[in-house]
Design a protein around this ligand. Structure first.
Ligand code: GAL
Length: 355
């Protein structure tokens, strides 16, 4: 019995012919039932968050996912709750599931370089969202001018209290932003310190941005002296802890306190007078810019908004920096409320309506 042609041929030709037949049959089958499936796989973005416990990050997630989906992508979200090993495992998991790009809010800006190196080994690019990932070949950094945030906080306080005793409460030292906020704060404070006008009573950092940490540091300082004029708190979360400690000594509203994030509790304290100011960072434009850039990178297009280059200790990372806004009770309406980020009725909930 004579064997069919393809089986009579030498090994490799037979293999090639068999393979081409399979591809041909599959393509015919797929194009017959849905021509698009063949053409383009829906882009998949992996969004790695540090936490979703703080109000701010919930906004980031929601705005990012909505924009990315409107651009035709699917988004997988994970939060590591300050656990570096979990964040790396979550990244590996997403890469195994075939994400096209990773967008990362690093818990630890140094340790997260591991994720960038692992992703690049698989041809996956990485965007650092809001916080820089240091000492690696990062593809893009999208954030606010965080040094300017620190300057605005210290300017607000020194414009009102140019002479006196200050407490400094920094954020998580694992967060590159906390270091940038502090750098900005000292750009403004140092001349006052050098001239002896301002005395730093205590300078502490709140592990993982915990409000309880900030409260503890201020309680300790107040056991030494209650002669405090201002506290440079780096965000609203820690400002809340600071103000709790001050209120235990009847000092809430008498000592100026800075903040950041315009979260609802922070905005309420500002209009009620226990917190002096906050920094509003428009989260919607940040998240939408990052979603657009993700799609541009996936499609090998130029990220035209990446006009800056910020050094991360290894390279000058292409970067997009948005502008922060200083807010106090005098401009709350035309900034945070007008943008729709917070609702008037919620912010002024505890403020008696003037007759
Ligand atoms: C920073 C962020 C701030 C603040 C803080 C705590 O990196 O820029 O907005 O919220 O983390 O989560």
């Amino acid at each position: 019995m004579r064997l069919p042609f393809m089986f009579a041929c030498p090994g490799r030709i037979r293999l090639f012919l068999t393979f081409s037949c399979c591809v041909f049959i599959t393509t015919c089958f797929l194009s017959s039932c849905n021509p698009d499936v063949v053409a383009k796989k829906r882009p998949k973005i992996g969004l790695l968050m540090e936490t979703l416990k703080e109000e701010r990050w919930q906004h980031d997630r929601d705005f990012f996912v909505a924009k990315a989906e409107s651009l035709g992508a699917d988004v997988e979200v994970a939060a590591c709750n300050n656990d570096d090993n979990l964040q790396i495992a979550q990244a590996e998991n997403m890469m195994a599931k075939g994400v096209d790009i990773l967008v990362v809010v690093p818990h630890n800006g140094e340790i997260c370089a591991t994720i960038v190196n692992k992703a690049h080994a698989q041809g996956i690019r990485v965007i650092a969202y809001d916080r820089m990932i240091r000492n690696c070949d990062l593809d893009l950094y999208v954030s606010f001018d965080n040094e300017r945030v620190g300057e605005m906080q210290a300017e607000y306080l020194t414009n009102r209290i140019p002479v006196g005793n200050y407490i400094l409460i920094g954020g998580a030292k694992t967060d590159n932003n906390a270091l940038l906020f502090r750098k900005g704060q000292m750009n403004v404070l140092q001349p006052f310190i050098d001239s002896g006008k301002i005395r730093i009573i205590t300078d502490q950092w709140a592990t993982d941005w915990q409000a309880s940490e900030a409260m503890k540091h201020v309680e300790n300082a107040l056991t030494k002296t209650t002669d405090i004029q201002a506290v440079v708190a780096s965000n609203d979360g820690t400002a809340g802890g600071v103000i709790q400690a001050l209120s235990e000594k009847g000092l809430a509203g008498k000592v100026l306190v800075s903040g950041q994030d315009a979260d609802i509790a922070g905005c309420q304290r500002v209009v009620e007078g226990t917190q002096s100011m906050t920094i509003y960072k428009p989260i919607q434009p940040l998240a939408e810019t990052a979603a657009e850039a993700s799609m541009q990178i996936i499609n090998d297009q130029v990220v035209e908004k990446a006009l800056k280059a910020i050094n991360n200790g290894k390279i000058d990372v292409p970067s997009i920096l948005l502008d922060p806004v200083a807010v106090d009770k005098n401009n709350m309406m035309e900034t945070v409320i007008a943008s729709g980020y917070q609702k008037k009725e919620e912010v002024y909930k505890n403020v008696p309506v003037e007759k």
